[in-house]
Design a protein around this ligand. Structure first.
Ligand code: ATP
Ligand code: MG
Length: 257
């Protein structure tokens, strides 16, 4: 149930599938239940910035955090390289661990999907930080690289989910192609031994009466044995007000986690 939800990672079958919309909806719902909740978008690339979109969708009622922003709209490994910068995984995980101390619930919005590369610089902790016992303990708890990615030593979003040790929800499109994308994403997440709570279908337009849209969630569940937790309707005008009324209307959201 939502009241027992602590922290959660929201990933998707692709970029632009509705991760921010679901993250905002879940955050508003938890906030309305009296929880102290925040959203972290640890890495964002391109414009407009996801953090701005999240602030807009949550009516500035939910604190939104970010560790890295890059201008090139691409996978983090490419966007960082483009600016001659390196992504420090320890910093990302420490930033999130610090949020856990302050908030009842931390919602982490992923970057694209589970196989998106973040960095191939999986560096051991810095000697400077290791001198500090408290920090080095936190870093040990981070378990960076524990998932031992077989993907040419490249650290993927799935490895971050594993290292954070967060349960994950996958956001899928409702349109044609979603069965393939969803099944591949779920099977990859299983291969990475992630704790999958279920998947969400976004922009689900029931009024279309389209057999492709109507049957997809059940087909995905049957093929993967993973539950469809929710179908987010197609929201005509995306705003805090529309998501807030959705959060109220969708009592089922309480049972998502
Ligand atoms: N339930 C919905 N109702 C209306 N539009 C939707 C819905 N879900 C997704 N969309 C459309 O998809 C777009 C992308 O949604 P969103 O920004 O949440 O995706 P994302 O997965 O967070 O993308 P990114 O990978 O850039 O973070 C929205 O701006 C909107 O146009
Ligand atoms: Mg987003």
């Amino acid at each position: 149930m939502i009241s027992s939800l602590k922290n959660i990672f929201i990933t998707g079958t692709d970029t632009g599938v509705g991760k921010s919309i679901f993250s905002a909806l879940l955050a508003i719902s938890l906030h309305n239940e009296g929880k102290k909740v925040c959203i972290s978008k640890p890495i964002q690339t391109g414009f407009p910035k996801d953090t701005d979109f999240l602030k807009e969708l949550t009516g500035n009622k939910i604190p939104i955090f970010n560790t890295y922003s890059f201008s090139l709209p691409a996978a983090p490994i490419i966007s960082a390289e483009h600016e001659n910068k390196k992504i420090d995984l320890e910093k990302i995980i420490l930033d999130i661990r610090n949020l856990e101390k302050e908030f009842d619930c931390v919602i982490v919005e992923g970057i694209g999907g589970v196989a998106v590369p973040i960095t191939d610089h999986v560096i051991a902790r810095s000697p400077l930080m290791a001198d500090d016992e408290a920090i080095s303990k936190t870093l040990r708890d981070c378990r960076i690289g524990a998932s031992a990615s077989p993907h040419n030593d490249t650290y993927l979003v799935a490895d971050l989910i594993k290292d954070l040790n967060y349960p994950v929800i996958i956001v899928s499109r409702s349109s044609l192609g979603t069965i393939n994308h969803s099944v591949l994403t779920i099977e990859f997440a299983k291969q990475k031994d992630l704790n999958i709570l279920g998947f969400i279908v976004s922009a689900y337009d029931e009024t279309l009466n389209d057999p492709v849209i109507k049957t997809a969630p059940d087909v995905i569940s049957k093929l993967t044995k993973v539950k469809c937790l929710m179908k987010i309707p197609l929201v005509k005008k995306l705003s805090f007000e529309s998501l807030n009324s959705l959060a109220e209307k969708f009592a089922t959201l309480k049972y998502v986690c």
